[in-house]
Design a protein around this ligand. Structure first.
Ligand SMILES: Nc1ncnc2c1ncn2[C@@H]1O[C@H](COP(=O)(O)OP(=O)(O)OP(=O)(O)O)[C@@H](O)[C@H]1O
Ligand SMILES: [Mg+2]
Length: 302
């Protein structure tokens, strides 16, 4: 934790102690000087420029940053779905450079196999990993129970609500018992009420199992509510601007979102992530020619 910080007044001795304990645990994700370059119209673009950070065992870390700053690229690279162009990634003590069972993934949208039941979706990774069908089924049913969907084990994804589908996706990702769960905007397609429910579900699941979560979001409320620490990324190229310790105790009732500490943290983050609201780029403006041509009985809306 930094010596002087705008949120210093909110770091109580209990919060400081709790965070010191987290930083004393073994490192689970260790990212050093991670680089990722994409080519756009023949020109190289550095999307991640020497990203450095680490998470600790059973830590909940969120990643925020302006749109296009490289959050998804970071998650995909750590997942091994993109190849890094430089740097090092160590997961639970082992260097990685491709996908592996030590990392589970839940990404935006619904990535379940639509032709498989909930039970079969959750069993899939276990059977792929070499487990025999009978014990895979037993394990899968336990994970389905953990996300509260026992009654839907034989349902197909299209028979479930969006929130339920994401719960199955979480069960599937956790079933192979990864060290780390990577989540990229997993709840952004849900309506606000279901989203809030899913956030509480996820915290409950996280409290009950041994997992480190790296959770990408552009929603600052979500990041503050869920995280132990928040990794703030800067754009062009994406790099770490700050790692913010959230000055809130746990457990966190929803009502905590109205506390002074929560609001002060949000204001601080808001300024960090969106330093100034700028006018639209000229290129983004709508074509006035088209608008002038639209005939209307209401000549002026102001
Ligand atoms: N496969 C690709 N090929 C070329 N450029 C890419 C590719 N994937 C991402 N990019 C570029 O990398 C940059 C970062 O994209 P990324 O999706 O990681 O951002 P993000 O922070 O997740 O954005 P958002 O908040 O909108 O989800 C963008 O400029 C994007 O155009
Ligand atoms: Mg993204």
């Amino acid at each position: 934790m930094e010596k002087t910080h705008a949120l210093d007044a909110y770091y109580t001795p209990e919060i400081r102690e709790r965070h010191a304990r987290i930083l004393n645990r073994p490192v689970t994700i260790d990212v050093k000087k991670l680089n990722k370059v994409f080519t756009h119209k023949g020109k190289p673009i550095t999307v991640l420029g020497e990203v450095d950070f680490e998470t600790y065992k059973r830590e909940f870390m969120c990643v925020v940053g302006p749109s296009g700053c490289g959050k998804s690229t970071l998650a995909r690279t750590i997942a091994g779905l993109e190849t890094a162009d430089g740097g090092q990634m160590v997961i639970a003590g082992k260097q990685v450079d491709g996908p592996g069972p030590d990392r589970g993934m839940v990404f935006q949208g619904y990535t379940l196999f639509p032709w498989m039941t909930v039970r079969k979706n959750v069993m899939f990774g276990l059977v792929e990993g070499g487990q025999d069908k009978r014990s895979a089924e037993k394990d899968a049913l336990q994970w389905i129970d953990l996300v509260g969907l026992s009654q839907y084990a034989e349902s197909y994804p299209h028979q479930l609500s969006g929130g339920m589908k994401q719960r199955v996706a979480i069960a599937r990702a956790l079933a192979t018992q990864p060290e780390v769960l990577l989540m990229d905007e997993p709840f952004s397609a849900l309506d606000p009420q279901n989203r809030a429910k899913m956030q509480q579900y996820l915290l409950e699941i996280w409290q009950n199992i041994d997992i480190t979560i790296l959770f990408i979001t552009h929603d600052l409320d979500e990041a503050i509510y869920l995280s132990d620490r928040i990794l703030v990324l800067d754009a062009n190229p994406g790099r770490v601007k700050e790692v913010l310790t959230v000055p809130l105790p746990r457990p966190r009732p929803i009502s905590m979102m109205l506390d002074d500490t929560f609001l002060a943290t949000k204001l601080y983050l808001e300024k960090l992530v969106h330093p100034k609201v700028t006018e639209l780029d000229f290129g983004e403006k709508l074509s006035m020619v088209q608008m002038v041509n639209v005939k209307s009985d209401v000549p002026d809306i102001f």
